[in-house]
Design a protein around this ligand. Structure first.
Ligand code: ATP
Length: 378
């Protein structure tokens, strides 16, 4: 087992495509770390550098205490699972899972023809490991089938089984669930988390899907244009995003952003003014422009009982434009003058489109960002 570290890692393609820009990130031994960000932010490149499939332009890649920049991929003791499962179509599931082990462990042997006691022992060990992996991933009954006789979800499990039989120091996973339909994705997400708990192998998981990042990662590292934006536990990133980009990327529906000015110790968003609660740093912005961030679930329909106490300070009037029923809640599109807001509203609401209503905003959960740097204030 081993941790992984990026120390001042940069990767430049050609003359000027900086895919990864001075990345510093420590993934602890046994940790499940998710690298997340929009397309092109450099997450796959970062992963490929750990695997040795891409060479770092600058910096050190560490696996455990060893600097691996110059270690060939096959000697890094990692296993990688990709979005396209890359199974061998002419081999059955058993042979797909066993193939890498046979290459490694039976080395120069012509394994099928070898009858020495030593080769037999190795073959038995491989057989045990293949069956154990198949059992863990619930694919024992498919061991005799070819990949084309399996569903996408089953193929992905074979790819995972092939990775876990190796018992590597580190697992690298690049969008392994994106070819699965929504229901299977949720199920496999859960299975991967259980598998990680059972095996305790350091795992680095790349995705552009913020829900996967939130639900799977013990910690998540959010990247943008090759630059690490924030790395922390999902609930902390959600509650305290480091900047406007992270705040907008994590959460669905996304956070509302409003241009505002701090005036008289209050946040003036034009159509309404809210007091600043518990954010002393924001007071230093007196007279300056800021960006106000409000998560949709922090806007409450005043007429539905909740643990929010309405007061003149936290209540706004808005016109309901559209109500989208999701079953467990509504997504309400609201207008306050020129300002548009999205709110996640309790399913007991009686709000109707094109009517005016009162809403309470949770003042304890407001986010304020510097208008120039977009960094969180406070
Ligand atoms: P996606 O989610 O779309 O896979 P990503 O976040 O994984 O995106 P990367 O694939 O790491 O992003 O790419 C980061 C940047 O590096 C992009 O601008 C991409 O175009 C560029 N890039 C990646 N590989 C190469 C390459 N071999 N040659 C030139 N540019 C590359």
């Amino acid at each position: 087992m081993a941790g992984v570290a990026f120390r001042n890692i940069s990767k430049v393609f050609g003359k000027d495509v900086k895919a990864v820009d001075n990345l510093n990130l420590e993934i602890k031994d046994k940790e499940f770390m998710v690298l997340v960000g929009p397309s092109g932010c450099g997450k796959t490149t970062a992963l490929r550098m750990i695997a040795g499939l891409e060479e770092a332009t600058d910096g050190d890649i560490m696996i455990g205490d060893v600097r691996v920049n110059d270690v060939p991929p096959k000697d890094r003791d990692i296993a990688m699972v990709f979005q396209n499962y890359a199974l061998y179509p002419h081999m059955n599931v058993y042979d797909n899972i066993a193939f890498g082990l046979r290459l490694r462990e039976l080395k120069g042997f012509f394994w099928q023809l070898t009858h020495s006691a030593e080769a037999k022992k190795v073959k038995q060990d491989i057989d045990d490991r293949v069956k154990e992996a198949a059992r863990m991933l619930d694919i024992e009954k498919y061991l005799g089938r070819r990949p084309k006789e399996l569903s996408g979800g089953q193929r992905q499990r074979v790819a995972l089984a092939r990775a876990i039989v190796r018992k590597p120091k580190v697992f690298l996973m690049d969008e392994p669930l994106s070819n699965l339909d929504a229901k299977l994705r949720v199920q496999t997400r859960y299975e991967l988390i259980s598998l990680h708990r059972k095996l305790g192998i350091t795992t680095i998981y790349v995705t552009h899907d913020q829900v996967e990042a939130m639900t799977m990662g013990e910690r998540m590292a959010i990247m943008r244009d090759g630059v690490l934006q924030q790395c922390d536990r999902p609930e902390l990133v959600y509650a305290h995003p480091a900047n406007k980009f992270v705040a907008g990327f994590i959460g669905s529906p996304p956070m509302n952003f409003l241009e505002a000015t701090i005036i008289g110790g209050k946040i003036d968003a034009g159509a309404f003014v809210l007091p600043i609660v518990g954010n002393e740093a924001a007071r230093a912005y007196e007279g300056k422009k800021v960006v106000l961030g409000i998560r949709p679930e922090e806007i409450y329909d005043k007429s539905v009982p909740s643990n929010m106490t309405a007061s003149s300070d936290n209540t706004i009037k808005a016109t309901v434009d559209v109500m989208e029923p999701l079953g467990h809640e509504y997504v309400a599109y609201l207008k306050v003058g020129d300002i548009k807001l999205v709110a996640s509203i309790d399913k007991e609401t009686k709000l109707k489109p094109l009517t005016e209503a009162e809403f309470c905003i949770n003042l304890d959960r407001l986010h304020i960002f510097d208008a120039d740097t977009e960094e969180a204030v406070g």
